[in-house]
Design a protein around this ligand. Sequence first.
Ligand code: SAM
Length: 200
Amino acid sequence: MYWIQRRLLFVRFDAGILPDNRASIRYAPKYWRSILPTGVGFPDGVAVDPFCGAGGNAIQLAKTCKVIAMFIDETKITLVRHNAGVYGCAGNVEFRQNDFFTGPSGQQANVVVTSPPWGGPKYLLEDSYSASVLCEAYGGGEVIGRIAKSMAPKLVLHLPRTVDKSECVAIAKMLCFTRIKFEDNFINGRLNSTTVFFSL
Ligand SMILES: C[S@@+](CC[C@H](N)C(=O)[O-])C[C@H]1O[C@@H](n2cnc3c(N)ncnc32)[C@H](O)[C@@H]1O
């Protein structure tokens, strides 16, 4: 399905975009353009995407601010840099190899904006998606939130449309985020995913 949507999502797909895998094209610039304006716009800020994949979020963010795009696999950084070049914004992106869970953390940006691994498409079979499934082996959404909070005071997570919102509220409380906001994202009129905004 996501492969079929490749030109809808990456409007410049035929200009040479390299997806890191077929699923990754769903997190594409056109998609993020529809999500970001209401909650995220940092003309003077720095955003970090610690799970940057093929660069969909990072590329869209790089049109409004400086971006630190992190990729676990050093060999694929070339891919993200290439894709940012297709959209003419590579100059606004600093590329870093980093494992989110074991690499260095520390304050470095105004906001973390990211699509962490959801654990594959099996979420489509469940009525409710628990944030504990996010990178489960490392401790789930709470651990992601904790590390992200050490990087920036705001966190924007792109999550499955069925995410358990009360669980997200509980995570926000645990991590002392005072505000949380949810936005449902639609593609072609169909509910596609949910963006969760956490801030101090
Ligand atoms: C949901 S995808 C992000 C897609 C991305 N927004 C895009 O436009 O392609 C999550 C990405 O995180 C990467 N990843 C998985 N574990 C990671 C880790 N521990 N640290 C950093 N990146 C990781 C995966 O390789 C995958 O590319």
